[in-house]
Design a binder for this molecule. Sequence first.
Ligand code: HPA
Ligand SMILES: [Zn+2]
Length: 331
Amino acid sequence: MRPPVAELHLHLEGTLEPAFIIETASKHGIELPWRSLEHLEAQYDFTDLQSFLDLLYVNLEVLRDEDDFAEVTRRYLVRAAAAGVRHAEIFFDVQAHTRRGIPAETVVRGIRSALDRSVADHGMTTKLIMSFWRDLPAEDAMGALTHVLGAGLPIDGIGLDSAEVGYPPSLFVEVYRMARDAGLHVVAHAGEEGPAEYVWEALDLLHVERVDHGIRSLEDPELVERLVRERVPLTVCPLSNVRLRTVETMAEHPLPRMLELGLLVSLNSDDPAYFGGYLDANFDAVVAEFGLDARAVEQLARNSIDSAFLEPDERARLHGEIDTWKRDRSD
Ligand code: HPA
Ligand SMILES: [Zn+2]
């Protein structure tokens, strides 16, 4: 039932599995607050975005050297390939590392060394998106961007994440201008816990090409109309929304309504090691909950390809893979 897809909303730091966290801490002699794997595994009951971020930001401290970043990337690529991912656009949180004294060079080179093998190893194309913590001052993001551009580190775009409410996109106008001027792609988390107003700001002030989450857009019919008209991609993460209690239950998730409204929605796993599964688990969860038929699944897959930062020939190739999947299914 699962088609070839693009994954466009995936935080690399959110792919650290508990066993990897414990192993890597031990490799570096790092003392984590967790006494054991079981103690760590008992921490995954989240009440909101912040309660998750608190755990995420402790655990990612095990990432220290280029090898760590390469290894976590390799593991994601293997798991994503098994889930049917044919193209991945991957976030990393630059300040999560630089504030601990890990240079952006170490982070980007480590991740890139794994990404550079992904076509050969998995037939999977990739992009790398540097994300900023919106609850740090915009000057901090500006400093990081200036450094990465000056050093010529290979990134494809920028994003905006971390605690949303109280940190509107309008704070980051200059950062996004600089990124666009440098030819980078621009996306931002908006309308996850924050209001529809933040989605308007992301579009009008940051000129984003894609909105991450965006589910609260549904509270504003005028915004929905614009998102449909302009075919603005929304990267939706159902398991994440349930685990962070952005929606109360999967049954109340707005995905079916978003499809009905004609929004360009794709499915994504966000932080799969924290939210109960990779992209395949997200597909399975919505298919099970809403009884989506093959046409709806195909639509979600095609939407992911149309939402990706791909050249026309790459886009056509991936649509062709979906054609093949479809033909094989009906044989
Ligand atoms: O879904 C998210 N929202 C905000 N910040 C994040 N950092 C990792 N995942 C997320
Ligand atoms: Zn996210």
